[in-house]
Structure formats: structure tokens, C-alpha cells
Design a protein around this ligand. Sequence first.
Ligand SMILES: NC(=O)c1ccc[n+]([C@@H]2O[C@H](COP(=O)([O-])OP(=O)(O)OC[C@H]3O[C@@H](n4cnc5c(N)ncnc54)[C@H](OP(=O)(O)O)[C@@H]3O)[C@@H](O)[C@H]2O)c1
Ligand SMILES: CCCCCCO
Length: 282
Amino acid sequence: MSAVKNITLNDGHTIPQLGFGVFKIDPKDAVEAVSKALEIGYRHIDTAQMYGNEKQVGEAIRTSGLERGDIFVTSKLNNGFHRPDDARKAFETTLSDLGLDYVDLFLIHWPLPTLYDGDFVSTWKTLEEFHRDGRARSIGVSNFQTAHLKRLADETEIVPAINQIEVHPYFSNQEVRSYDQAHQIATEAWSPLAQGKVLHDPTINQIAQKIGKTPAQVVLRWHIQRGDIVFPKSVTPPRMKENFDLFDFELDPSDIETISKLDKGEHGRIGPNPDTFDYIPK
Ligand SMILES: NC(=O)c1ccc[n+]([C@@H]2O[C@H](COP(=O)([O-])OP(=O)(O)OC[C@H]3O[C@@H](n4cnc5c(N)ncnc54)[C@H](OP(=O)(O)O)[C@@H]3O)[C@@H](O)[C@H]2O)c1
Ligand SMILES: CCCCCCO
């Protein structure tokens, strides 16, 4: 099994290009799933306050026997906590729930429209504090569209290291990916398998059959060769292993192009449109 590639961010830190996502992993299953992922070799975990499993992620990390510095941990600020004081408290809860004194990456989960007399710009300035005091090694955003990123560029100091957005073969999100690339912002592709919806695609299955890989490996390898960071979720150990084996084969450029043509534009989205999504948890 070949090693996972690292990507260098615009702040000089490195991130494993492949990680493990824990959205929708029930807290009662999360210690076991994350422990298994670490045992398989994953060294990058993507969680969020919204996922309700930070305590379990922390427990799996603590009991893994691995060094803190060997694992890249991401969490995200929950919607509804954008006011600077709320964001500070929420970030402290993340650190204490994870049982860590720093996270490798902290993201604004969604670019919510103005909720009070500030907005995501003042939220970003609060994340800049976490970065300066070292408790968030890197800071970034999630679900930011180009208009949101332009406001940060005009009104704040630090360029986000990461923009985590929906990307998969049915929704290539090319406009935002291009903006990220032009501004040294690394793109993370969330729901890289479209939550399983692309795995029955005949074109993807044909390529998989031709090269003797699984549809999930073909799709994940497509992301890797396009340069995006991915963290597929699975609670099924054989799938977790399969998804981790991406660095000992390559797709032909023509197959990359064929998969990229499966893009359905806006119709391909499986998640909310960031311009209209304003869900605040109770
Ligand atoms: N920032 C955001 O707003 C945002 C939004 C969505 C997701 N995310 C992040 O992205 C991560 C991944 O996205 P996701 O969890 O939505 O979906 P995903 O990784 O695209 O797909 C997960 C689904 O695919 C199945 N699966 C995984 N590997 C498979 C394989 N090799 N063969 C067949 N089926 C397979 C899983 O089933 P089983 O688990 O049953 O095996 C699960 O149902 C999340 O966990 C989260 O960390 C972020
Ligand atoms: C209901 C959509 C929220 C998805 C957030 C996962 O990171």
C-alpha cells in the first residue's frame, strides 16, 4: 500500500490529501469507526460541531496510541455561533470535547447571511484570533461561494487555507474550484462519492472494470488527480480499506476527462445551495 500524499497549504502547514469523514456517524458508533480508520492508516479526520461526535472522535484519537502530531484533525464552527463571543465559546467547547489543545484546521461551516449586525466577515476575524494564538494551526471556510471569498479578500487579512465545498462527478463546482486555485486556497471535496449516488453510474463502472478497481476507488482517484482533498465516510471496514487504497494506481487523463463530463451542473447538487441555506440548529 503506498503512502497518502501530503498537500502544502498557503500557511505552510501540510494536510494529508486523503482523510476520513464522520458526518452522520452516530455517536454510539463513532469511537469504533474512527479507531478502525486510524488502524487502517487514516491520519486525517474531518468532523464538525454539527456532527455531534467530537467527544467520540477525541476518545478514538486518545486511545489509538498515536502521537498527536501524527493526526490531522479538522472541526467546524456550527451555524448559529457566528457572533464573536459565541464563536470563541464554541471553539473552546470543540477543543475540550476533542480533548485537544489545538486543532489542525478550523472552518466556518456555512457562510450564513447576516444574522446580527455582523456577519461571516466578523466571524472570520474571530477565526484569525484562533490562528494567531496557535489553537487552530490552519483556518478556512466551508461552502463559500466566490462572492463570499471576495468579501474576505477585501475586508480581512488572512486568506483561508481551505475551502471545503461539495464536489463529485455529478457536481464539479468548477467556478468555485477555479477561484480557490487562483487564490492559493486548497479545495476540499465534500461528499466525494455523492453519498454513494455516483457508484452505480455505468461510465464509472466501465472504467472500474477496465482497470480492475472498484467504482469508489475510481471516483476518489479522480478527485486526487484533480488535486482536491477528500475524506470519504464509511462505517463498513472493507469499504474503509478500499477507500484508503488510492495511491498505487493512476487514471488515464482520458478517463479523468470522461468522468468530468458527467457533471450535471446545479442539478447534480445533493446538498443545500450555500446562497440560500440558513439552517440554525436549536
Ligand atoms: N462541509 C460540509 O458542509 C459537508 C457536507 C457533507 C459532508 N461533509 C464531509 O464530507 C465527508 C464525506 O461526505 P459524506 O459522508 O456526505 O458522503 P460520502 O463520503 O460521499 O459517501 C458516504 C456514503 O457512501 C457509502 N460508501 C463509502 N465508501 C463506499 C464504498 N467503497 N463502496 C460503497 N459505498 C461506500 C457509505 O456507506 P457506509 O457508511 O454505510 O459504508 C455512505 O453511505 C463527511 O463525512 C463530512 O466529513 C462536509
Ligand atoms: C443538512 C445539510 C448540512 C450538511 C452539513 C454537513 O457538513
